[in-house]
Design a binder for this molecule. Structure first.
Ligand code: GLY
Ligand code: MN
Length: 455
């Protein structure tokens, strides 16, 4: 049995997450005599038919319960260190259609909680907590408290800190969470290989897309972490391309950015490969630059590094590569090309983002108002701690929408050799993306969780 298998045989560590969040609160001077209260997502009906909307569990609720059920609640009594899960009681009407729901006994067995009650017991239980002198504050998330829930017995309703506390705690993953991300990566690797195989005979992006999602489902991942980007030809330059329905005639490359979700944890993997089996010289040139960007950034990874430094490094490698390719003019120094942010035209996005229950996971502190275009879309700012999982996803794109206006501006156009550039439009774009666990320097600094083959 693999380490991942044996880790995942245990329960999702909800209780440890509660303790971590409680520590975050009390370390910041918040009351120790508190209750954390959270609700699962509800099921909603489609507006115009009798079908339920696709259900996506609330990440805050899952983090502190490990429970995927809709319409459930939880309370965590901080001083007593007691986690109670409230699950929906049996509704005979719905049993006819949906089968028997989880029983209290099954839930207690499955989840890392101290007690399971039914949701119709929640108000009485909260009132009991609130009336006891030991538990006078309730922590909750605004807009995530049902109307019928009463916090009447509590002295203080603290609605301003719990979301932040969970967002920040989620940055550092424990071994169970890493195992879930590993499993999501393992399944995605099988699916990427299936998609690359399907591309050999595909006539439309749909067959590549279908091969990927089909392989995820048949290997145990029923959800995608995000809408798979199955781009070919010039569409490879559209960062979040989602049409996935174009015929493949006259297209050189496939950019497949796709990742399975496994028990709510994401993978996020991009591979770019030639449809014919062999890159054209221009595609190979760009592929080699992007691969060098990624490898050079890997070398910098360790707990405590500044993500801005790694992102800058990717741009510096891009400057060198695009100069060598002749797309940037050799009349200008590498320093000037970097300072003038010329490579932002070719890689407008950030080097990577935290990965966890959300594909763009919490706690990154992006500054989308940053006036410096090199950092505007960098989704992680500052230092990265051990235990964070982060994507390393450099790319170079030939996007007319971005590059044409640059070519119209003499101050920026002077750096670019338009004649050389014209040979590169059909490359579309290249991105290579892996998911990396950050470790202490003494422990090697990083581990690549993605073993999807690379060209
Ligand atoms: N995989 C899409 C993204 O990282 O934005
Ligand atoms: Mn990504």
């Amino acid at each position: 049995m693999s380490v991942t298998d044996s880790t995942l045989k245990g329960k999702y560590p909800a209780k440890a997450h509660c303790q971590r969040v409680a520590k975050y609160l009390t370390d910041r001077g918040h009351a120790r005599d508190g209750i954390i209260y959270l609700e699962a997502q509800k099921t909603y009906m489609e507006e115009d038919c009798d079908q339920e909307k696709h259900f996506r569990q609330r990440r805050y609720f899952f983090y502190l319960s490990g429970c995927k059920l809709p319409e459930a609640y939880l309370s965590y009594n901080i001083p007593e260190d007691k986690l109670i899960l409230y699950i929906p009681p049996v509704d005979p009407e719905s049993v006819i259609w949906a089968g028997l729901p989880e029983s209290k006994e099954e839930a207690l067995e499955r989840y890392d909680v101290d007690e399971v009650l039914y949701t119709n017991e929640v108000n009485a239980t909260l009132a009991h907590f609130g009336s006891k002198t030991a538990s006078r504050t309730v922590y909750a998330i605004p807009e995530q408290v049902s109307e019928h829930i009463t916090f009447l017995e509590f002295d203080t309703k603290e609605l301003g800190i719990l979301r932040e506390a969970i967002d920040e705690c989620r940055v550092v993953k424990d071994s169970y969470e890493v195992a879930l991300i590993r499993r999501a990566n393992e399944i995605s690797t099988i699916a990427h290989i299936a998609a690359q195989k399907a591309a050999r005979t595909a006539t439309n992006e749909e067959q590549i897309y279908g091969a990927f999602t089909g392989a995820c489902i048949s290997n145990g991942a029923h959800e995608q972490a995000y809408h798979a980007i199955t781009a070919t030809g010039h569409s490879c330059a559209t960062l979040h391309y989602i049409r996935n329905d174009r015929p493949l005639q006259n297209r050189l490359n496939v950019l497949l950015d796709a990742g399975a979700e496994y028990d709510l944890y994401a993978s996020d993997i991009t591979r770019t490969f030639p449809l014919s089996g062999t890159f054209t010289p221009e595609s190979q040139t760009i592929y080699d630059i992007v691969k060098e960007m990624q490898e050079s950034c890997f070398d910098m990874l360790h707990a405590g590094m500044r993500w801005e430094d790694v992102h800058e490094n990717a741009h510096k490698v891009a400057v060198k590569g695009l100069l060598k390719a002749g797309i940037l003019k050799k009349d200008y120094s590498e320093e000037e090309l970097f300072e003038k942010r010329v490579t932002v035209t070719f890689m407008p996005h950030g080097l990577g983002h935290y990965l966890g229950m959300d594909t763009h996971d919490t706690g990154g502190h992006a500054n989308y108002d940053d006036p410096d275009p090199m950092f505007k879309y960098l989704r992680v700012r500052g230092t990265v701690p051990a235990g964070a999982v982060i994507t390393v996803e450099p790319g170079i794109y030939f996007c007319r929408f971005i590059i044409d206006p640059v070519l119209e501006d003499p101050e920026k156009a002077k750096y670019i050799d338009k004649e050389v550039l014209d040979r590169y439009w059909d490359v579309g774009g290249v991105r290579i993306e892996d998911d990396v666990l950050i470790k202490e320097k003494s422990d090697g600094g990083w581990e690549n969780l993605t073993d999807t083959p690379k060209l």
